[in-house]
Design a protein around this ligand. Sequence first.
Ligand SMILES: [Zn+2]
Length: 163
Amino acid sequence: MTAIDELLRRNAELGDIVPGDRSTPKPSMQVTILTCMDSRIRVFEIFGLKQGEAHVLRNAGGVVTDDMIRSLALSQRKLGTREVLLVHHTDCGLQLVTEDDFKDELERDSGLRPTWSVEAFREVKDSVRGSVNRVRRSAFLPHRDTVRGFVYDVRTGVLTEVV
Ligand SMILES: [Zn+2]
């Protein structure tokens, strides 16, 4: 049995879950939350989020890449969001690699060197500042005044504002 089989089994057991507002794709709180794919960050629980309230964008590190800007531009311009809440976290997988080592590994195995940045970091507060600055500097985004960056401690659950 694969993990996907197990998830499908759980889904069937849970049945159709339909509470919350499903009337519009526009988030009612007009906010986008950007965070890491880390499985310990339970975004909906941490912020008491309900269905229909916020956009949640995730990738490795919660880093503001070009693709995050793509989603943010759509979120703000077409779906009405105005604020950005960025959450990076302690003990992130991106602190376990370096830019060159990971690219070397990919090149060794595939013969290709990626053109994208791995976005590895050592100090999580620096990664928060870097990502927040990318949002604030992006000319594609109409709403850059309310952008706040935090570190989430995956062990204690404490959220600390950085910028
Ligand atoms: Zn992470």
